[in-house]
Design a protein around this ligand. Structure first.
Ligand code: BMP
Length: 275
């Protein structure tokens, strides 16, 4: 499995999914392969971080269900928050990625993605799913995405092929079967890539966007099994987008760190593409 040496710009014109083309275009235009993971409990802080970091990222990842509900005074507040995320994404030219990790049968994930308190399908360009239930999960989520404004022009799915945490089952043969699942009919134009630690098997006509969490320039891991690599290591190994949470969000100067990760990720990409 060798990493692609094509540029983001080249891939933007040929990517098999509309949202993949959109994302690669943003990356190429803004010269960034950085996704910030906004893992902080305060919605006010998330919005203010994004207003500052927006110019340096291609993607903003959220865990909306990790925000304490006491941070909102009504359901209307939740929708106001997601509307603000959308406005910032438009203003600073990045996409939104709710890291929901769906993992149930197609019929159940349909309701989880399209309804519930957070109505993820209404505002998040990208979401992700585990492959463990089988490909009904891809079809169920797709039905919802096709029904929102813009349909699959504006929505994309990632499958979790590999995880960064110690002891994960998502690696090796599991990763390869997950990639095989993304070749199914219901995945076409919808599954844009994977959460993985490096390159995945890519056949003629395929172009998977690989996004990699577990990236940090300062530490090797945390006390709960997270394992980190550097931007250079993962990008040279075939990752297209580095996902950085605490390395930026918990730093004393998040903007300075965002610039540092953006530069490190971009430099590694240029090296890989031979530019
Ligand atoms: P941090 O950089 O602070 O460790 O955050 C990593 C983020 O990426 C978290 O939001 C986590 O849920 C997510 N993540 C991960 O760490 N490993 C995976 O394999 C998949 C993830 O989505």
């Amino acid at each position: 499995m060798s990493p692609s040496t094509d540029t983001y710009a080249q891939r933007a014109s040929t990517h098999p999914t509309p949202l993949g083309r959109k994302l690669l275009t943003i990356m190429s235009r803004k010269k960034t392969n950085l996704c910030v993971s906004l893992d902080t409990p305060s919605p006010v802080e998330i919005l203010s971080l994004l207003a500052d970091i927006g110019p340096y990222i291609c993607l903003a990842k959220t865990h909306i269900d990790a925000i304490p509900f006491t941070a909102f005074s009504s359901f209307e507040d939740v929708h106001q928050f997601t509307a603000s995320l959308e406005a910032l994404a438009k203003e600073h030219d990045f996409l939104l990625f709710e890291d929901r990790k769906f993992a149930d049968i197609g019929n159940t994930v349909k309701a989880q993605y399209g309804s519930g308190i957070y109505k993820i399908a209404d505002w998040s360009h990208i979401t992700n799913a585990h492959s463990v239930p089988g490909d009904g999960i891809i079809a169920g989520l797709r039905e919802v995405a096709e029904g929102v404004e813009g349909g699959l022009e504006n929505r994309g799915l990632l499958l979790l092929a590999e995880m960064s945490s110690k002891g994960t089952l998502a690696k090796g043969a599991y990763r390869d079967t997950t990639v095989e699942m993304a070749r199914g009919e219901k995945a076409k134009g919808w599954v844009m890539g994977f959460i993985a630690q490096g390159a995945v098997e890519t056949r003629e006509g395929e172009d998977w966007i690989v996004m990699t969490p577990g990236v940090n320039l300062g530490v090797k891991g945390d006390a709960l099994g997270q394992q980190y690599n550097t931007p250079e290591k993962v990008v040279l190994g075939g990752s297209d987008i580095i996902i950085v949470g605490r390395g930026i969000v918990a730093a004393a100067d998040p903007v300075k760190e965002a610039v540092r990760y953006r530069d490190a990720g971009w430099k590694a990409y240029q090296k890989r593409a031979g530019r």
